[in-house]
Each structure stands twice: as C-alpha cells, then as structure tokens.
Design a protein. Structure first.
Length: 693
C-alpha cells in the first residue's frame, strides 16, 4: 500500500500536536510539577511518534521516540524539567517541524542532521541511569500486571494508513504478549471482500510492568473509532488459563467466560460483612456519575471543516443577502404604479419577507461563527519569541497573555501575526530597559510585556503593553526635525508626535540590531492593520511604559453600512465608523483659517470632508445645508462626510475589487446592491488621509 497518500493528513494533525508541544514546553518551564500538563505534552509526542511510524515515516518516529522517553521520565519523577532541558526540547521540536515541513513539500530530509540533538536528548536520559541503577529492585508485583485486551479496529484502518501490527509492536515495547487470538466472525463473504478493509479483531494477554494508562496510550489515536476493552485481570487465573489454551484443553473464549464469572469486589466484601448493600449501591451511583463526567470531558466538541467548503458556504450566504435586497427592491421599489396591486397581498408579503430576513440572518451568523477562531491560536506562539529574544538581549522579560478566548475572523487572524511580532519585538528590544537601568529606576528586575485581547461592540481590541522606559517625546521631535519630517514642533499634540514613529523609514534607534533600528516596521504595522479596516493607537508615559492598541473589525465578509449617493453613484460607509447623520443649518457651517471647512455638531467643530472632491466625481449638492453630513470617527477624532443624499442602512457583502482594479486609498471594496448596481464601500481611514493630503 502506498502510504504517501496519508502524508497530507499526517502533516495537518502533526501541526496541531507540534503547537501543543511548543505551548506546553513553555508552560512546563514555569510549572514543572504540573502532572496534567506533562500528560498532555506526552500524549502529543506519543501521537506524533505513533502516527508517523504508521504512515511510513520512521525517522520522525525514531526521533520523537527519544523525546517521548524524556517526557516519560519526567512523568515518572525521574527527571525534573529545568531551563536547559526545555531549551533542548524546544530545539528538538524545531527539528521535528523541519522534518514535517519536508514531508509536506514531498522532499527528503537529511536525518544525519538529527544525530547531535538525539545524542543530547539521550544524554539527558543518561543522567538518570546511575541513580536508577542504584535503586533497589522494584516490587515484583509491578512486573506482573496482566491485561486482557480486546481490540476491534475500524474496517477502514488500512485506508487511513495505519497497520495493527505497529500497535502490537508498541505493546511489545511495554512487555510480553503471553497469548493472542484472532477472531474472524466479522469477515464478509469472499465475493464481498475488499482487500483494503480490515474485518479481523484480536484478543490478547499482555504481561507488563506498566499501568493501564500506558497500555491505553498505545491505542490513543484510534481509540474513538475502535472497539477497545482493556481489563486488568488476576495474574494466576490468567496465566493458568493461558496454559490451558496452549495445551488445547479449552478455548480462549472458555477462559474469558470463566474469568468473567469471578466475584466482584463488592460481592466479596458483602459476603464477609464488611459493607452493606446500601453502601455498595451508593458507591456504584457515585462511580456512574464520575464515569459520565469523565466521558463528557473527553468527548470532542469540534470538527474539522475544509476551508474551501467553508468559503463556499460564506459566498452562498453572501448571494442570499443580495437576493434578499433584490426581493425588497422588487416588492417595494416600484413606486405608486404598483401600490394598489401590492396592497392586496402586502400582509402576506410582509410575513414572508420577515421570515426570509430572520432565516437569512440566522444562516449568516452561523456561517460567520464557523470562521471565527480564538486569538489564542496566534498569541501562544509569542511566548517562545519573548523567551528567546529576551535571552539574546540579556533581559529578563515575561509575557503575560489574557483574553485568548476572544474570537476574530480567520482572515483577520491570519494577517495580524506579523504586525504583532514586530510590536512585541519592539517592546522587548526598545521598550524594556537593560537590567542595570531598571535597577537604577527602582523597577522590578523582571520586566513584563502584556498581550491582551477583548471585544467591545462589533470590534476587537488587541493591546501590546510594556512596563519599560516609554517613548521620549523630545527625542522623537529631534529625529523628525533632523530628517525633515516636520518643519516645526509648535502646536503638535502628544498623539501627533507619537504617531510620527509610524511614518516610513522613521526610527529613533542609535544602532541597527538584528531585530530593529532600520526604520522599517511601524509603518508596515500601520499599513497592514489599516488594510483590515483597523486602527493603531499609541499611548505612552516616559519612564512608565507604552501601550499600542489595535482596533479590528470582527469580520471582513459581511458588514452593515450606511448607503449614500454622490451624483449618480452609490457608496457605503461602514456603520462601525458612523456616529450620526444630519443636515446642518446655515449657522453651523464655517471656515477656519488653516483648518478649512468645519461643521458645528453638539458643541464641537469637526472637519467637513466633501466626498465628491476626495473621490473626484461630480455631485448634485454643493451646499452643505442642502446635502447630508455623516459624522464618522477615527482615532478619537470626528469628521463630517458630506454626500448628496442618505439612502438608508443596508447589510452588504464586502468583495475585493480584484487585481485588475488599481488600488484606491479611499475604497475598501465593492458590493452588489439589491437593484443590481455595484456600490463601492468607503475606507473611512483612507478618505480622511486623502482629504488631509
């Protein structure tokens, strides 16, 4: 059988376990006595070892086996994790990642590269050997645990790239298989037999020094799909039964039946008067509850969804939203000439329309929820980044993560990883002071970088905060003047000064390092976040620290928007950026020197932006008092967008304009309206920037 066809499945599953291992190792460094954490790490390593061997990747299996031995020694208390061990395990993890990447690329990996790391891992194990040798002989009973194992694998086991013989080999690593029988009662007729289907099941007796947990872990990656029973049985009775089977006196089924008739512990204690029936019933009830609780905790609540299928579903939902708009347009957009005709059935039409609207909204929310992923999937990878970067800089920095359960659209989540990497590097490299400087400032020796996420309304905020030296306002101004970025600093607010660090090529670093100082980074962060319709905000206090806050939309696929017209064109303003809309009176529209047109709204003057000028298209209304002004907000500031007419509020499907369309700073994308026309969705940040320039 060609096992290469199973490599793609292996790569996908291994990637998840590798992420579990990396996060687990980082946590283990802080909590070396956490047995549950160790068990979770061990299970992931064990699964990679077993599944790689099963799909014909012996080198990955062999390498991971050495890592697994270290983890087993840690679980058994023979090794205590320390920083050096964790570093070696992380290096080994990187090596496994490279081997898995080679499998994904269908390339050969030179296994000789692994020899040094394998030797170093074996040296860690070797440190425990003298101590183990000095230990007295383990209790003889531990070497004689005997388990009756009934194993009925799924019929498609071979098609999954797995071989039961590999599992038996793993059992032999634990001990001795004293007896085995293969049962064929499930075999189909010869005419219906498929050579790639498995209809056999096995019963075997395993003599081992390991406990039931270790035996069960052999089957862990097929346990849910298989029928497996593992029962600890009496040593003498089982051994005697095995001998009888070998002599041909009885069958294996006869022995199993006899063993099943042995008295239960409760019956024995009841006969001896040690307990009452009521006490037994009470304990059995508690046992049943615990088993049910355990089962509930172990049942998976997630499924894998092919991204292409998911995107197809989202596109279908988008089409339904468009059809919904068309239906509304046809039924209610024809004017007075059809009013009498529609009046007869208006009540029924309203009912059907309401149902369509409700069902459509439910499907839309369900489809969008499928695309939502917790930000923790991205956040966890930064723990190691901070660990290694702080070590290379000679600093003691801890990363504190909160809000990992906050969810974002998958498309947004994938694009924020690189900006966050730069922000965290900046915090460690520039923000956090060297140890001697922190000591002189009477700060804790260990610095802290906080990475937090939280949802407010229909937006998600991500903060990167450090307790470092903060931004130096005077230094930023000096650099800006030196480079000709600004002519004068007079009248610049703190926010305007700090935002200078996000200009292309701007850097206050005295020297270039391997992580920063080239003037490339913060401007790219800003561009990437704004491309997601997000906003970057900087707050800082000299000597206290800096917080960089990112505001992101929950999803990019379907948005609520305010529909406005300018000339013959229709535009959508995302509702998340809208505060209100109004028609100003004559006394509320003014011009201020060096500021341009402003409109007075609720006690404050806000800049008036004529959208037809920004977009360079004709309009019908030049007079703001005859037009409509939509008050928007960005970066704690308000702006008035002037359009000809307000058409209403509508839910739209945001589509990219495609590579053939040149990128326009003021346009986020396009959508199809209910009447079939194409409307452009405005990029609020881009409109403001274009108007300012």
């Amino acid at each position: 059988m060609d096992l290469k066809r199973f490599h793609a499945i292996f790569v996908e599953e291994a990637s998840e376990h590798l992420e579990t291992l990396e996060n687990g190792f980082m946590q283990l460094e802080k909590s070396p006595d956490d047995s549950e954490l160790l068990n979770a790490i061990f299970r992931s390593a064990h699964t990679i070892k077993g599944s790689s061997g099963t799909v014909g990747l012996p080198n990955i299996s062999k390498f991971t086996h050495v890592m697994e031995e270290i983890l087993e020694a840690m679980r058994g208390g023979e090794l205590t994790p320390d920083k050096s061990m964790i570093s070696t395990l992380l290096e080994s993890l990187d090596m496994i990642k490279e081997m898995v990447a080679a499998v994904a690329a269908e390339e050969e990996f030179p296994f000789e590269r692994c020899h040094d790391l394998m030797a170093r891992m074996q040296a860690i194990m070797g440190e425990t050997q003298p101590e183990a040798a000095a230990e007295p002989q383990v209790d003889d009973r531990a070497d004689h645990n005997i388990f009756l194992i009934r194993f009925a694998p799924p019929a498609d086991l071979f098609k999954r790239g797995m071989d039961p013989v590999k599992l038996f080999d793993e059992l032999l690593e634990l001990g001795e298989i004293q007896g085995m029988s293969c049962e064929i009662d499930r075999l189909p007729r010869l005419s219906e037999l498929d050579a790639e289907e498995l209809w056999l099941h096995w019963v075997l007796h395993l003599k081992t020094g390991s406990d039931e947990r270790a035996v069960r872990e052999v089957f862990m990656f097929i346990e849910e799909e298989s029928d497996i029973e593992i029962t600890a049985v009496s040593r003498d009775a089982t051994l005697f039964g095995s001998l009888l089977v070998e002599e041909g006196v009885v069958s294996d089924n006869d022995v199993k039946e006899a063993l099943s008739k042995q008295k239960k512990l409760g019956d024995i204690l009841l006969e001896e008067g040690k307990v009452t029936q009521e006490q037994i019933n009470g304990v059995l009830a508690k046992q049943a509850v615990r088993k049910a609780d355990s089962f509930a905790k172990n049942v998976s609540t997630s499924i894998r969804v092919d991204l292409k299928k998911l995107d197809h579903l989202v596109n279908l939902v988008g089409e339904m939203v468009i059809i919904h708009s068309m239906f509304h347009q046809v039924m209610y957009g024809q004017g007075k000439e059809r009013a009498a005709e529609l009046a007869v059935n208006s009540e029924r039409v309203d009912m059907i329309f309401g149902q369509l609207q409700r069902i459509g909204k439910d499907i839309q929310e369900g489809a969008m929820a499928l695309r939502m992923l917790p930000v923790g999937e991205v956040f966890q990878r930064f723990t190691r980044l901070v660990r290694e970067l702080s070590a290379s800089k000679g600093k003691d920095v801890e990363l504190v993560i909160s809000g990992e359960e906050t969810e974002l659209d998958k498309g947004v989540l994938e694009k924020i990883a690189d900006p966050l990497v730069h922000l965290i590097r900046n915090s460690v490299d520039h923000g956090i002071e060297p140890p001697e400087e922190r000591q002189a400032a009477h700060k804790p020796a260990q610095a802290t970088v906080f990475l937090r996420a939280y949802q407010m309304g229909d937006a998600v905020y991500i903060d990167v905060q450090d307790d470092g030296r903060g931004l130096d306002r005077d230094r930023i101004i000096a650099k800006a003047l030196e480079r000709g970025v600004i002519a004068t600093a007079n009248g610049l607010s703190d926010d305007e000064v700090y935002n200078l660090v996000m200009l292309p090529g701007f850097s206050t670093a005295d020297k270039i390092t391997d992580t920063s100082g080239r003037g490339v980074g913060m401007d790219v962060v800003k561009q990437n976040i704004e491309a997601l319709n997000g906003v970057v905000n900087i707050k800082t206090r000299k000597g206290v620290g800096t917080t960089i806050s990112i505001r992101l939309p929950l999803t990019l696929a379907i948005i609520d928007g305010l529909t406005v017209s300018i000339g013959d064109e229709v535009f959508i303003i995302p509702i998340t950026s809208v505060i209100e809309s109004l028609r100003p009176s004559r006394k509320d529209v003014n011009s201020i020197e060096e500021k341009g047109e402003v409109v007075h709204v609720r006690g404050e003057y806000i800049p008036l932006i004529r959208l037809h000028k920004v977009l360079d298209i004709p309009c019908r209304q030049q007079d703001p008092c005859q037009a409509i002004v939509v008050v928007t907000h960005h970066d704690n500031c308000k702006f008035g967008f002037m359009a000809d007419e307000l058409l209403g509020e509508q839910q739209v499907v945001l589509k990219t304009l495609g590579s053939a369309t040149p990128k326009v700073r003021s346009i986020a994308g396009g959508t199809i309206m209910g009447d079939g026309r194409v409307a452009l969705v405005l990029d609020v940040v881009g409109v403001i920037a274009t108007a300012g320039s």
